[in-house]
Design a protein around this ligand. Sequence first.
Ligand code: CA
Ligand code: CA
Length: 540
Amino acid sequence: MKSFFSKFVLLFGALLAFAPVLGVDLFLDAYIRSGSDTRYQDSVNTLNNTSLNALNGALVAIKKVSNESPSLCTPTFIANVKKQLIANHMLAQMVVENSDRVQYCDGFGGETKYSVLSNELPISKNSGTISIVKIENIDEPFIKVSYAISNKKIISAFVHVSSDLSKILPSNIASAAYLSVRLSDGTNIISSGNLLDNKNIYTTVKDHSNITVTSNNNSHLIHSTLIIPFNTVRAGFAGLYTVLTIVALVLGLGVLMLVIYIFRNTNFNTFDLEKAITKGEFQPYYQPVVNLKTGQLLGCEVLVRWVKKDGTVLSPGFFIDLAESSGLAVPMTIKLMEQVREDLSELSKQQPELKIGINLFEGHFRNSIIVDDVKAIFSDSNVLFSQLVFEITERRPLTNQIAVDAVVGGLQALGCKLALDDAGTGYSNLAYMERLGVDIIKIDRVFVNMIGNGTSNVPILDGLISMAFDLDAEIIAEGIETEDQAVYLRARGVVQAQGFLFAPALKKDTYIELAQQMNKPAKPKLAKVEDNIKTSKKAA
Ligand code: CA
Ligand code: CA
């Protein structure tokens, strides 16, 4: 049944069920990313500021030693330089040179050999320059801060560049992170970490595999860029990830179960129906028909329910069309009637006047087999033929007039009654009803629904009622839900009614109990007392 569509629905549902799990990933990623950007921004700013402060410190130191000892390279000068080197751990060395980089002395009174790796960039107007240098025998690059004391003499300080990630990051992140420190012209000073392959890594735009932050300090002298693999950051959220995934899985499982539940309950084929018939899963429920005047129970309509193994109960709306179109409505009705015979056996003995309405389908009116079936099922049972009312829906036209006559005639000959179901909704007109020869007209709920609060007139309903009277047929009004509707119908002479106002379709036991409660026979004891009263009156 609609198998392609239903498979599509199932697939869609399954995808929907996994949506929360996928959602966790997206949600958590976004959460981590937004938090990380700020967190690591602070870290990289701190790192970059350390280097910038070192540059400033170098300038201060240079000015100090030149002020305290204007004669450069004298023992006093060298002693002052040493003092600065000890006091400021970011300073590695100082040298005095001329503009051709001829060295006069270094902080230890000797010569420091080094090579220059970059252009000299001005720190700001008239306040020195910086460049990157490599000191002989030392791997680590230094920033050389130079300040001209006179036309001929320049004092330079070699400054460490702050690149120790372990001081600003947790160890697991520090070991996975990549750092690039560079001059404002882009020259790399230091790069460290795991992503060394990519020399221009600091230009990498934010991609999803890394978190990339660059220092945004005011100074443009040097910049530091930190790149952290996203997975490493994410690993720190493993606990949260697990919790959220479990929550999402539970949620997804719920959705999946709902989808499967809906799918299983709304998708079945003829084969499933056949199986259900054999297993006896189609069960009769009994909707009471009451007398609007006396409140007495007059009988019931048998309504089929598909009671599945798992306890799900399906209304006919889910399966009756398939049952009819596949022809399975006929064997289903037989099973149902057999069950009714069993269910209502005792009650029929106690209250043989209670009617039992059984729905027939268009398929029952193609030949007269149903008459034989009814005879076979109810002949030797407590359920009398006179209790049985067979309902013919007029929602579908009955075309084989000869067969229709044979079924209607055959059932009436047994003593059963025929009812026109859902009257007013389909093909009925007076001639059709008369031709059909039904005993009862069941007025469809749509007409009963037209009776609203305080409605004084529903012409179309009134017309149906009078048509039924004209045919000399009994009337059962269906779908009564309010007192107003009951009052309206009673005022127009309608006696029999069914609907939620009285009771829904009931399980066997409930129905039987209701029948015994509503139609209690007069208590013999009381009768006896009344008899006694009469006798004593006579005697008096
Ligand atoms: Ca019916
Ligand atoms: Ca009906």
